[in-house]
Design a protein around this ligand. Sequence first.
Ligand code: AMP
Length: 377
Amino acid sequence: MSKKIITGVKPTGTSMHLGNLMGAVLPFQKNAKGNDAAIFIADLHALTSVKDGAKLREQSLEVAIEYLSIFGVDTPITIFRQSDIADITKLMWILTNVTPYALMLRAHSFKDIEQKVEKVEKEIAYNEGKLSLYSNTEIFKDDEKAKGSEEKIAQLRQELDELEKEWENKMNMGVFNYPILMAADIIGYDIDAVPVGKDQLQHLEMTRDIARGFNKFYGKNVFTEPEAIIEESVATLSGVDGRKMSKSYDNFIGIFDDEKKLKKRVMSIITDSAGVDEVKDPDSCNIFALIRVFGTDEEVETIYQKYLTPNIGFGYGHAKKALLEILTRYLAPYRATREKLLQDIPFVEAKLAEWAKIMNARLEAKMKVVREVVGVN
Ligand code: AMP
């Protein structure tokens, strides 16, 4: 049976990289087959951190263009901008009133920084000799005292200062209420299933709690509790330094980078120092890891054998060149579509408007019931 599925993507800056493509975008496209699938550009969520209107608008459009470039302009997946949906924040407000404060206090997004502050505060106390090193309690035995140097204490105090500033500047109520808007984004459209990484399971669980809470408060089965789709088999793609490919490590290969940048990134892949005529281990090589994912079966097999054959003059430079060719070919159609779409922004906007109409109608149908049940217009 066809299921309604949805995912959101925050338009917060850098464009998509190969890790996003293999770990999230293509698996979603696969899940979308035979289902009624939608992706929203979470611009309202991005307001928690982006405080530049022109930039947010531009980044939201860029995300739309990138998805259209990958899925194709005739995609059956509904791509829409969250802020184009008129009643989504009204639904959020209604849900806010059935969401226990205690539930929100348990959200990861909120707790992480709070725990960091607590940890540094404790470290300061240890170093000042005010807390037992071993038991987290106030000191009563001298031998448990660990006095840190003045320097260490000053450094910790500075760290605490910065964390407190971060807390003040970044922890706004948008961050705190984030899971409630996320719940509206899901249950407002009667979504059956949401693909999530393990790290987001808690937020989906909150969505389920909020749906259940609403139904219980009003004694009516208005909202469906969504299921999680956890894609266990998706492997983590490594970046140019061998760590997980990630924006935050700046070790990623961008899908829409121009040739020069792509070349620079590929050439910067870290390898061991084996020479051209030495045997190399493909299974531990950062270049081969990418060839394996993006090459054809034949290319993978041929290059694999070259790694294992000595004295054929095949070095890491040759492997990088092969990878560059493979990636250039693999990414060419995506890049070509993006270039074309950039020349026709009104077409992209028209597509977004068409999709927003579908999702507005869907939310409106649900809101008719919700308004009736809660007693507001
Ligand atoms: P991010 O923008 O870093 O939050 O990534 C968005 C999604 O892309 C993640 O939830 C993952 O599903 C996927 N992803 C990001 N980096 C990688 C990676 N190196 N390997 C596989 N999947 C990734």
